[in-house]
Design a protein around this ligand. Structure first.
Ligand code: SF4
Length: 474
């Protein structure tokens, strides 16, 4: 018995629309051509479908449960100025400047921009005596601007000398970051590492021991390669490299503890530039220690590539409860603001339900049902308005960051999505009546018409915030 492929009704009630989507087992050689459709032996076809179990609608055990991040990995809390990293504290957003630290004016300006965008810690490179000398002046400028964000000093090669030579720098920084792969080489490595840890003890500062794929500790790599040669079944080179990265961080942390730095002043990171490698490395190190962990995909790249790769890697780890602080290392477009990486980090945490920073606008992508750009412009206008208002709203209104907004392009999903938001607007698609229903807390509240819809919608939003959120002033 044969049935024509084009008329098969699947158990879920859907038509399988074309033979191109058939599994490989339905090779054309098994069928016979009859007119314009392929014919298949029915018993064989049904047997194949029977391998795809279809749950019944009434089967309550299959009802979808809300996905949520796993319980956070227990880690030792580390205090960095006014910020706590780890120990169950909310995942902290940090960023890094790209100005010349020797220029206190431009560096302080960029730190202030990053802090105002929401960076809770800001790292600066400290690479020369002039840069180290500039650090206290940067701190003074920030204080004059009313910016109290903790500054982290990033040291490579000569950190021990710079901290020793510039006590005011050592004091002004809230944390030191060192890379065990380039803290020193040969016999000097241990003594230079110890010098920096002793400076951290003298000035009461925490330290991030940040290993990096691009500057692996070569003595560690050589030692692990030797061990690997003796294995009955040697690991692949990439496996050895991952182990070297992790061991470099862990052994350095142990050494720091031996020198006297307490566990609550140590944060670890092991950054690589590949998504799957990063996930593998952090899963591994998370199970081998309880130090607070800083997550970041190093050299993530520019634009959408950098955002996608960082989000893919960090989302997996955050969902598994790993990570106490994050940085999205984006390469900015020439001349573009550095704050983009802060916004991406915040949006990643917010869209995953880990933290709330700023109301986010839900907007449909648009399609042929709404060829006007008006809804896109309105979505952008509303998001910009919210971002501009947040510094004030955050101070004035308790919980305003949890506000939800929707701007939709037509009646297909517009009213439905708008009802899920605190405030939503459904704009008219092609051929629809030129009116825009506005929904407030799930109910249709009014309909906007004419040329002033954007202005009126912003007014409704401002009014909602002022009346629905409790003023912090009481
Ligand atoms: S809501 Fe309307 S305009 Fe927007 S994507 Fe859906 S069908 Fe297209």
């Amino acid at each position: 018995m044969f049935v024509p492929l084009g008329s098969i009704i699947l158990p879920a009630g859907q038509k399988w629309p074309c033979c191109a989507v058939l599994p490989h087992k339905f090779a054309f050689s098994r069928g016979e051509r009859s007119g314009s459709v392929m014919l298949f032996p029915l018993p064989r076809l049904l047997a194949a479908f029977s391998t795809r179990p279809m749950p019944l609608m009434s089967d309550q055990t299959s009802s979808p449960r809300l996905a949520q991040p796993a319980q956070r990995r227990p880690s030792v809390a580390v205090r960095i100025g006014k910020i706590t990293v780890g120990g169950g504290a909310p995942v902290v957003v940090q960023s890094m400047t790209n100005t010349d630290t020797e220029d206190p004016a431009s560096t302080a300006k960029q730190i202030a921009e990053l802090a105002r965008a929401g960076s809770e810690l800001v790292r600066i490179t400290v690479n020369t005596p002039a840069a180290a000398a500039a650090v206290p002046r940067i701190r003074e400028r920030l204080e004059m601007m009313g910016v109290d964000v903790p500054i982290i000093g990033d040291f490579h090669y000569n950190g021990h000398q710079l901290l020793e030579a510039e006590p005011a720098c050592a004091e002004a920084l809230a944390k030191y970051r060192i890379n065990p792969g380039n803290v020193g080489f040969g016999k000097k490595k241990d003594s230079q590492f110890a010098s920096i840890i002793e400076m951290a003890l003298r000035y009461d500062k925490p330290v991030r021991i940040g290993a990096n794929w691009g500057s692996l500790d070569q003595s560690m790599v050589a030692m692990l390669m030797d061990e690997n040669h003796k294995r009955a079944e040697p690991w692949e080179a990439s496996h050895v490299a991952r182990e070297a990265l992790i061991r470099s961080a862990l052994d350095s942390a142990l050494r720091a503890e031996e020198i006297g730095l307490p566990r609550d002043r140590i944060i670890l990171s092991c950054k690589v530039s590949g998504v799957q490698e990063l996930i593998a490395v952090y899963r591994d190190i998370a199970g081998r220690c309880d130090y607070a962990l800083h997550l970041g995909l190093t050299e993530a790249g520019m634009g959408s590539k950098g955002i996608t790769a960082s989000s893919a890697a960090l989302a997996v780890l955050l969902q598994e409860g790993l990570g106490d602080t994050i940085r999205i290392s984006l390469t900015p477009e020439p001349g573009a603001s550095r704050t983009g990486e802060v916004i991406v980090a915040q949006e990643l945490l917010q869209t995953m339900g880990l933290r709330a920073f700023t109301p986010l606008v839900t907007a449909c992508p648009g399609c042929g049902r709404t060829t006007s750009e008006f809804f896109q412009v309105l979505a952008r206008t509303v998001q910009s308005h919210v971002r501009e208002q947040m510094p004030l709203w955050r101070v004035k209104y308790d919980g305003v960051e949890n506000l939800t907004l929707a701007v939709m392009g037509c009646v297909v999903n517009g009213p439905g999505e708008s009802k899920h938001a605190n405030i939503g607007i459904s704009l008219p698609g092609n051929g629809e009546a030129p009116s825009a229903p506005v929904f407030i807390d799930g109910e249709k509240a009014m309909t906007l018409r004419g040329d002033n819809i954007a202005h009126e919608f912003i007014g409704i939003l401002d009014q909602y915030v002022a009346t629905k959120f409790v003023s912090r002033a009481g």
